[in-house]
Ligand binder design. Structure first.
Ligand SMILES: NC(=O)C1=CN([C@@H]2O[C@H](COP(=O)(O)OP(=O)(O)OC[C@H]3O[C@@H](n4cnc5c(N)ncnc54)[C@H](OP(=O)(O)O)[C@@H]3O)[C@@H](O)[C@H]2O)[C@H](O)CC1
Ligand code: K
Length: 467
């Protein structure tokens, strides 16, 4: 469980925020006392009287450990401490001097029921040394409860990359703000439950976790057109477009048209069919001024006609949601193509599609942000660690994704759901955030081993939580 709408900052931004606090007259010691007190509070809450082993690394993460150890001991807990080396000069060293309980070296450490990991936090620069990683993993394995201070040691704060983090961390207490490592890559699965401790460090960022949207009940004068018309374009695999169309309907669009060469195909009766057999037919249809958003890509195929459909959709001055085959067709020229569009565009690549379209270095956030700026499109970079990025620098990270979403068709559902949010809630990151939240919530409601068709049935349930 990760707080929704919580700010996310990089290690460098966190350091800068700490420096600003120091500049305002707060000492490093008192900030460390706040951090250590938060750790002690949460540890005591979960320890319920059991003996506690605290690991202290050489940096300020270790400094937090020394504070927590002292406070827990003063509160009557049975605490022992393992130090991996001499504390760094400064606050950590001063906090070490205030600890008067038992201290041992890592290799002499005996497992205890409660383990607190204060080896490394935002300062991890390289993989854990093998021997240390093995002892740490073993202590985690033998503990009944493990809490990591700020980040599990062995998770890269900015990327979530695995630098040797153990399995079995139950709670990670993020200090001051979430870091990307709590939500990305291996970090997402190694942090356990993430709690956020407010230690009074103001942070300013445009990066947040995805929040539950507020959805308006249709007003007294609402009608099918005012609630938005979504056009979904069918292609070689009509089931995928049908899923997108049904998701757009379930997502609250007022009118959904499925355009393709199967004018009497299966699907709900409320789904309107429009016969489109050629790119010319499509251009003519997309000229209809009632259309508020277009979905292209699910099951489109990659043949000549698909390419011509893509060109027709690009030329239409309407909000456009591109997914699946449309993204593959864009290929490595994606950014050059996308940035030519005057009307807003959203693209929903999974990592394979993203990597084919965009180069880039850094974390998933860095790469998605760079691509959004380059393509002038809002990007929903899907995965267990979905990242939404907009051209002007806004970022949203999904904190409650379901692993069960990794089946065929769930992406088509997201594309349709996104179109429904685009016609209802407008530009940029907001509709993408709403769609990603609803999609993830519908998946939770659908439970394990869900299939995409069932997911659609749970969208209204997810919406009902947002009214
Ligand atoms: N700034 C503050 O007053 C507060 C910080 N908080 C806590 O501090 C940490 C961040 O502290 P920092 O000292 O920047 O970093 P770490 O403690 O995470 O680690 C730095 C030391 O660890 C060494 N290091 C890094 N990687 C490895 C590794 N794989 N193996 C061994 N040693 C490693 C690093 O050495 P270098 O050679 O790289 O310099 C440092 O010695 C933050 O996470 C909070 O917990 C408080 O919360 C608020 C006050
Ligand atoms: K840690």
């Amino acid at each position: 469980m990760i707080p929704s709408g919580a700010p996310i900052v990089t290690a460098a931004e966190m350091r800068a925020a700490e420096q600003a606090v120091f500049a305002s007259g707060v000492s490093q010691d008192s900030l460390m006392e706040r951090a250590g007190a938060a750790v002690a509070r949460e540890t005591a809450r979960f320890a319920t009287g059991r003996p506690i082993l605290i690991l202290a690394g050489p940096g300020n993460n270790g400094g937090d450990s020394y504070v927590a150890a002292r406070l827990l001991q003063n509160a009557g807990h049975d605490v022992s401490l393992v130090a991996t080396g001499a504390p760094a000069p400064g606050a950590a060293e001063r906090m070490h001097a205030l600890w008067h309980g038992p201290t041992s070296s890592l290799y002499a450490a005996r497992p205890r029921p409660v383990l607190v990991d204060g080896l490394f936090g935002t300062g991890m620069t390289r993989p854990l040394e093998r021997g240390l990683a093995a002892v740490f993993a073993d202590l985690c394995k033998q503990a009944e409860f493990t809490l990591a201070i700020d980040l599990p040691s062995g998770i890269h704060a900015d990327t979530g990359a695995d630098l040797g983090a153990p399995r079995g961390i139950d709670v990670t207490l993020a200090l001051g703000a979430l870091k990307p490592g709590h939500l990305l890559d291996i970090g997402l699965e190694r942090c356990g439950r993430v709690l956020l401790a407010d230690i009074d460090i103001p942070v300013h960022t445009r990066w947040r976790t995805v929040t539950r949207p507020r959805i308006d009940t249709p007003g007294a004068h609402s009608h099918k057109y005012s609630r938005g018309l979504v056009a979904v374009i069918e292609g070689a695999m009509p089931g995928a477009a049908r899923l997108a169309a049904r998701a757009a309907m379930a997502g609250g669009a007022g009118y959904v048209v499925l355009a393709g060469d199967r004018p009497w195909g299966e699907g709900p009766d409320a789904l309107v069919r429009r016969e489109v057999r050629t790119a010319e037919d499509l251009s003519e249809f997309l000229g209809w001024d009632r259309i508020d958003a277009i979905v292209l890509g699910p099951g489109l195929g990659r043949d000549r006609r698909a390419e011509a459909y893509l060109r027709a959709a690009f030329a239409a001055p309407k909000p456009l949601i591109l997914d699946g085959d449309a993204l593959t067709l864009l290929g490595t020229d994606a950014a050059r193509w996308l940035e030519t569009r005057a009307a807003p565009t959203w693209i929903t690549p999974h990592s394979g599609e993203f990597d084919r379209m965009f180069a880039g270095v850094g974390s998933k956030i860095d790469r998605t942000l760079a691509a959004a700026a380059e393509a002038r499109a809002t990007i929903v970079h899907k995965g267990a660690d979905t990242v939404i990025a907009a051209p002007k620098g806004e970022v949203r990270l999904l904190a409650h994704g379901s692993r069960w979403l990794s089946t065929a068709g769930t992406g088509d559902v997201l594309a349709g759901l996104l179109a429904a949010q685009v016609v209802q809630s407008g530009k940029g990151v907001a509709p993408a955030e709403a769609a990603v939240w609803l999609h993830a919530r519908a998946a939770q409601l659908a439970g394990p081993a869900l299939i995409a068709d069932e997911l659609i049935g749970h969208i209204p349930g997810a919406i009902s939580e947002c009214l």
